[in-house]
Design a protein around this ligand. Structure first.
Ligand SMILES: NC(=O)C1=CN([C@@H]2O[C@H](COP(=O)(O)OP(=O)(O)OC[C@H]3O[C@@H](n4cnc5c(N)ncnc54)[C@H](O)[C@@H]3O)[C@@H](O)[C@H]2O)C=CC1
Ligand SMILES: O=C([O-])C1=[NH+]CCC1
Length: 273
């Protein structure tokens, strides 16, 4: 049997362009949310690697229409100390759906960085205020960088602000993106007056509080992806209109949804948890 093709991070980085990724993801999200079963993607299984403060998630998906069967496997770690190894590492396995033969193994780390930012950008396109001048990014890791890149490519913000937990991380962020950015020394300074906010921290307690958020602002709440992690406070969660990819996923994984106790008539299916 032929060996599966190996596709490296460098190749994915080169081939996966936001210009192609965004329209394809937009179609996929529409199909996923249609409820017609065109894309089958059960809520992922996540195993805790307690000894190392990490998690391993298995994320299978199948589209009969596109004849695609794949799974992403992602490992992610909470760290107190900086490391040269990324906190999130992923691989994507692609199978022949008819027989289950493994066809390709590709780097999923770059895919994760780009896909997540692209989904936030799609949600922002539909949900941001008409006049959106100020973008605020809370967090300064890999997702902060990918969100900066696509948000500055797709939208015309007059100002981009970033806040990070440590100066070292924020300096690395500023060096990596190389574009204009205002580095803020507090979350409040970064958030006041922002029209679009992205939360991409690994915080386990709220960092974003309702009292600082401009009425009508759109928030992409990305980071609190464990049932006991938080980024947004209860008041903000209760006063917001929520859009998620699936109710099931949000109820199983989103600490902001689960711990704030919001799950009511405003809950619609559209973007990400
Ligand atoms: N919803 C989704 O589909 C996805 C969610 N994520 C989540 O997004 C978040 C960011 O991911 P990456 O940028 O890849 O991680 P990263 O490790 O590269 O960056 C995380 C950033 O959060 C900061 N941080 C850690 N603890 C913090 C705390 N208590 N308060 C404030 N900041 C804190 C770190 O200093 C770092 O700058 C993670 O929580 C990750 O699990 C990542 C990929 C997909
Ligand atoms: O979808 C993903 O790759 C992840 N979600 C939470 C951490 C990584």
């Amino acid at each position: 049997m032929a060996m599966p093709v190996l596709i490296s991070a460098e190749t994915v980085e080169k081939l996966l362009r936001y210009g192609e990724l965004v329209p394809r993801l937009e179609v996929a999200l529409g199909k996923f949310s249609s409820g017609k079963g065109e894309i089958v993607q059960p809520v992922r299984s996540v195993l805790a690697i307690e000894k190392y403060n990490g998690y391993l998630g298995v994320m299978p998906a199948y589209s009969a229409h596109d004849d695609v069967l794949a799974t992403k496997i992602v490992a992610f770690y909470q760290r107190d100390q900086p490391s040269s190894i990324p906190a999130h590492q992923a691989s994507v396995l692609l199978f022949d759906p008819e027989h289950g033969t493994l066809k390709a193994v590709m780097d999923g780390t770059v895919i994760t960085e780009k896909r997540t930012a692209a989904v936030s950008a799609i949600a922002t396109k539909f949900l941001k205020p008409v006049q959106a001048d100020v973008l605020c990014i809370l967090g300064s890791g890999a997702q902060a960088v990918s969100h900066y890149k696509i948000f500055t490519e797709m939208f015309s913000f007059k100002e981009v602000r970033v806040w990070g937990r440590t100066k070292e991380n924020v300096d690395r962020f500023a060096r990596t993106v190389r574009g204009p950015v205002r580095v803020c020394s507090s979350v409040k300074e970064a958030v006041l007056g922002a029209d679009v906010i992205v939360t991409v921290t690994m915080a386990t307690e709220p960092v974003l509080f309702a009292e600082w958020v401009k009425p009508g602002a759109h928030i992409n709440a990305v980071g609190a992806c464990r049932p006991d992690w938080r980024e947004l406070d209860d008041t903000l969660m209760k006063s917001a209109v929520l859009y998620v990819d699936t109710r099931e996923g949000a109820m199983k994984e989103s600490g902001d949804v689960i711990l704030s106790g919001v799950f009511g008539p405003y809950f619609c299916s559209l973007s990400q948890s």
